[in-house]
Design a protein around this ligand. Structure first.
Ligand SMILES: Nc1nc2c(ncn2[C@@H]2O[C@H](COP(=O)(O)OP(=O)(O)OP(=O)(O)O)[C@@H](O)[C@H]2O)c(=O)[nH]1
Ligand SMILES: [Mg+2]
Length: 373
């Protein structure tokens, strides 16, 4: 279906980024042949050496005869003026090497859409058969955490001598790391940083497996082979072929988001990727990634809203199940033909996705949301 032909891939990537008409078709095709490569998220503060490390890692992967697709989200450093990802690869690799593909994605100041587009690009590259798909993102914001949600393995890059910065990073990215890399290990203080990470991990209540810690000097390629081994060891049990239907999220109505978060975040240890107010629905939503899907906690902001009325009638609890379909038009057509009761015409949500609600009377008692991204 997909070839690792750079020109074809670039065209497909543009279609996904620009949400052209071809994009929907492309996503359908990707869903059918999702590929089996490992998606690796690499994140960390500006200038930590992420791009240098991704370059070194890509060369290591190629040395082993494996292929790698790379997505750099906002690769040009605003702070450090660091190397643009891929420069070294471009210089070193053979021109005709179709075993490496690099795509840079400017963020252009947009929020929220980046994660979705990145996810689609990563899936495209995996479907194209790359053994590894590496995503580089800068910083510790929501997008990085969202990217971590879609990666099979998340690598957080730190450098020696960060001191209090390690603490600052803790709140966000620390919790999502499968592997910590202490890069620039040629500099003094790598041991100290490793101790700080370890003591931080010993305080955590995360239910995840204890993250590995790997020291690298990316500039010289040192420790990179070890990192690759660590990544492969963390590779999760391969997911079954992605079906045309996936659970996008479960919506749970709660009276108080703060109270609910005391359970899901503080007790259970889930990560909160985002808390936002959806004006059109008059709700405050907390999104907690769970693999490829997430839990959405919904708190009404006004007594005269759908969620508030649900709470009055049923009390807190499961409000809806959202299922992602590859084609909403097809799904709606099938449902209509079967006489299902749709609550609205397919419409576009804030994130640009299409959605429709199906009445519980048709679904076995649960409000069903169908989504097409
Ligand atoms: N001493 C030393 N310097 C390194 C190492 N790895 C990277 N650097 C340098 O650190 C600087 C930043 O490297 P980049 O790879 O651009 O870092 P980055 O994290 O991708 O930066 P942004 O994308 O801007 O966030 C460059 O000058 C690199 O040469 C290393 O292992 N040791
Ligand atoms: Mg970079």
């Amino acid at each position: 279906m997909f070839e690792r032909n750079p020109r074809a891939l670039a065209r497909a990537a543009s279609a996904l980024e620009n949400h052209t008409q071809d994009a929907a078709q492309l996503l359908d095709a990707i869903a059918v042949t999702p590929g089996t490569g490992i998606i690796v998220g690499i994140t960390g503060p500006p200038g930590a050496g992420k791009s240098t490390l991704v370059d070194a890692l890509a060369l290591e992967i190629r040395k082993r005869g494996k292929t790698v697709g790379i997505i750099a989200v906002d690769p040009t450093s605003r702070v450090t003026g660091g190397a643009i990802l891929g420069d070294r690869i471009r210089m070193q690799r053979h021109h005709a090497d179709t075993g490496i593909f690099i795509r840079s994605m400017a963020t252009r100041g947009s929020v929220g859409g980046i994660a979705r587009t990145t996810e689609n690009l990563a899936k495209l590259l995996r479907a194209a058969g790359f053994d590894f798909v590496i995503i580089e993102t800068v910083g510790v914001g929501q997008d990085e955490i969202a990217v971590a949600g879609l990666a099979d393995v998340t690598v957080v890059v730190l450098v020696p001598g960060m001191g209090d910065d390690v603490q600052a990073i803790k709140a966000g990215v620390m919790e999502i790391a499968d592997i910590f890399v202490i890069n620039k290990a040629d500099r003094p203080g790598a041991e100290q940083t490793e101790r700080e990470i370890q003591s931080m991990l010993s305080l955590g209540h995360s239910p995840r497996a204890t993250p590995a810690i790997v020291r690298t000097t990316a500039l010289e390629g040192l420790g990179v082979a070890e990192l690759l081994v660590a990544i492969q060891e963390r590779k999760p049990v391969m997911r079954q072929t992605r079906a045309a239907f996936e659970i996008d999220h479960l919506g749970i109505a709660v009276r108080s988001l703060d109270e609910a978060l005391r359970f899901y975040r503080d007790r259970l240890g889930m990560t909160v990727a985002l808390i936002e107010i959806v004006e059109s629905e008059n709700v405050r939503v907390a999104m907690l990634p769970a693999g490829g899907s997430r839990i959405e906690l919904l708190e009404p902001l006004h007594p005269d809203t759908v969620i508030a009325k649900f709470l009055d009638k049923h009390g807190p609890g499961m409000h809806h199940v959202a299922i992602r379909v590859s084609s909403l038009t097809d799904a709606v057509e099938r449902l209509r033909a079967g006489g299902a009761r749709l609550l609205n015409e397919p419409r576009r949500g804030a994130g640009g996705h299409l959605y429709v609600f199906v009445h519980p009377a048709s679904t076995g008692g649960v409000l069903l949301e169908l989504i097409q991204s």
